[in-house]
Design a protein. Structure first.
Length: 510
């Protein structure tokens, strides 16, 4: 890659001690690093120069929890977000199929939808009702939290799943989900959305993701990089069914995947220890309201403490960090017990319903909170229904930071959009509508939200990776005196002019 001189940018402080950008400086990028920062740097002969014209420079942003294949595919799927009942979902599916049939598509074209949230629905969805609107099309509908799938009979038969009249959840759904991509037509849908997904990420200033897709560790990323889809860094998560092979291959967290130019590395060992709020399976210390309990009054623990600790110990001994999904407070206790028993390094993914004591335990063991602030926008009303009286213990970002827990912000895309500015705004303002912020005492500052989105890199300096985002506006210009709503709007309105990954320009919107 050729060296580049960036002329006249203002460094945004990402150290928590200041919110005032620097005077304009120049940055020299070479061999994937920032090799010099200062005013009026000389331009060597033959080096390209990019005028920043006083724009604002931050470390490139990271999304620490993404299901990238699903996110890419979602950009080509039936949008089921905002549906209020099974009937509304069926109406959208029926309209989509009518348009598909009128376009001349084959009568057995695969239909995939994403985004319904059935946590508070009564009645629940049925296969019979979906069959009635789907004709000859196999139909796979996925909940907005990714924890259940509503398939019609044709799709159940194609995937070899015994016929049933209810959606699949948790243990029944997770083994099926990766196989959706093998259905006829699914790969074409995902491929069509992949370049779009990477383009959107670069346009948001995202330079890296932790990909926790179920099949990511099977070596999908080297082929993508070879195909020119190389505008992002990727840490590839490992699930239990891949652990033997990853250990046999000698892969440790941080090891580079061959054929990716150093851009893709082995990530953490991921375990989904409990369910989700939206599926009413997050494992909680208190029961769900009687009318919502179903088969799991306290939610669903997917793995015992002994089995979780054994798997984490094996991963840790083999050089892998851990990423343990825990949404309910009972699941949090089990995950923290497993961390304490094994000495594992890593994160709690989601950490949605917590107690002050659990947060202190996270801090004591150095466990990161890998959180998705935009989830609180979707879960605000559902929390009051499913976890009444516990709203003040959800998304406790302020308490975590004050206790010394490091926040790593992400999206869980496609559960929420791969949009770090939306995540930061949600962490600050904690509302997406005209209502007052939800539990505002748990809000954090824009500077803290930005720090949680830059993968631990502080203010851009010599020696940093040449992974940068250049912004048209100062993301920290909003004042606390303006109120969190104004600060949140400013964050959502940030426009990224340039994004560099490994010293290469991957987005230019000047």
């Amino acid at each position: 890659m050729n060296p580049i001189l960036l002329r006249g940018g203002r460094l945004v402080p990402v150290d928590g001690r200041s919110v005032t950008p620097s005077d304009p400086v120049d940055l020299f990028l070479d061999q994937g690093r920032v090799t010099n920062v200062g005013p009026r740097l000389p331009r060597p002969a033959g080096v390209d120069e990019v005028a920043l014209d006083g724009r604002f420079v931050i470390p490139g942003l990271w999304d620490h929890h993404v299901h990238m294949t699903q996110w890419a595919a979602t950009l080509r799927r039936v949008d089921l977000a905002g549906t209020a009942s099974p009937r509304h979902v069926l109406e959208r599916v029926r309209d989509h199929i009518a348009a598909l049939d009128s376009s001349g598509a084959a009568p057995d074209t695969l239909v995939v939808g994403w985004g319904y949230r059935s946590g508070a629905w009564d009645p629940l969805p049925s296969v019979t009702a979906l069959d009635a609107v789907s004709g000859l099309h196999p139909v796979v509908l996925m909940s907005g939290d990714g924890h259940n799938g509503w398939l019609n009979t044709i799709a159940l038969d194609l995937m070899g799943v015994p016929r049933r009249d209810t959606p699949l959840d948790e243990g029944d759904w997770f083994p099926i989900w990766p196989r959706v991509s093998a259905l006829p037509g699914a790969a074409e849908q995902a491929d069509a959305g992949f370049a779009d997904a990477l383009g959107r990420a670069a346009a948001a200033g995202v330079v890296g993701i932790t990909d926790l897709e179920f099949d990511a560790a099977t070596g999908t990323w080297p082929a993508r990089y070879a195909a020119g889809l190389d505008s992002i860094r990727v840490r590839v998560g490992v699930y239990a069914d891949q652990l033997d092979r990853v250990i046999a291959d000698g892969r440790r967290t941080g090891d580079v995947w061959e054929g990716t130019g150093g851009l893709s590395t082995t990530g953490p060992f991921k375990v989904i220890s409990d369910g989700s709020l939206g599926t009413r399976t997050a494992h909680c210390c208190d029961p769900y309201p009687v009318a919502l309990q179903g088969d799991w009054p306290y939610g669903k623990q997917n793995i015992s403490l002994d089995d979780l600790a054994a798997a984490m110990a094996r991963a840790t001994t083999s050089g892998l960090d851990c990423a343990i999904h825990a949404i309910g407070d009972a699941a949090m206790d089990i995950a923290l017990d497993a961390y304490a028993a094994t000495g594992a390094r890593g994160s709690i993914e989601h950490a949605q319903l917590t107690t002050p004591a659990q947060i202190q335990r996270m801090a004591a063991h150095g466990i990161r909170a890998s959180v998705q602030p935009a989830h609180l926008l979707d879960d605000r009303d559902l929390t009051s229904v499913c976890w009444p009286g516990r709203e003040d213990r959800t998304f406790m970002f302020r308490s975590m930071l004050d206790a010394g827990v490091r926040l790593a912000l992400g999206s869980d895309a496609p559960v929420s959009p791969l949009d770090p500015w939306l995540a930061m705004a949600a962490a600050v303002h904690r509302s997406a509508d005209a209502r007052d912020p939800w539990t505002p005492e748990q809000g954090i500052t824009a500077a803290e939200a930005l720090a949680g989105s830059t993968d631990g890199w502080g203010t851009v300096a010599t020696g940093h990776p040449a992974d940068l985002a250049v912004l048209d506006t100062d993301p920290l210009a909003g004042s606390a005196a303006d109120g969190t709503a104004a600060v949140g709007r400013q964050l959502r309105d940030v426009r990224v002019a340039l994004t560099f990954v490994d010293g290469r320009l991957v987005h230019d919107a000047r």
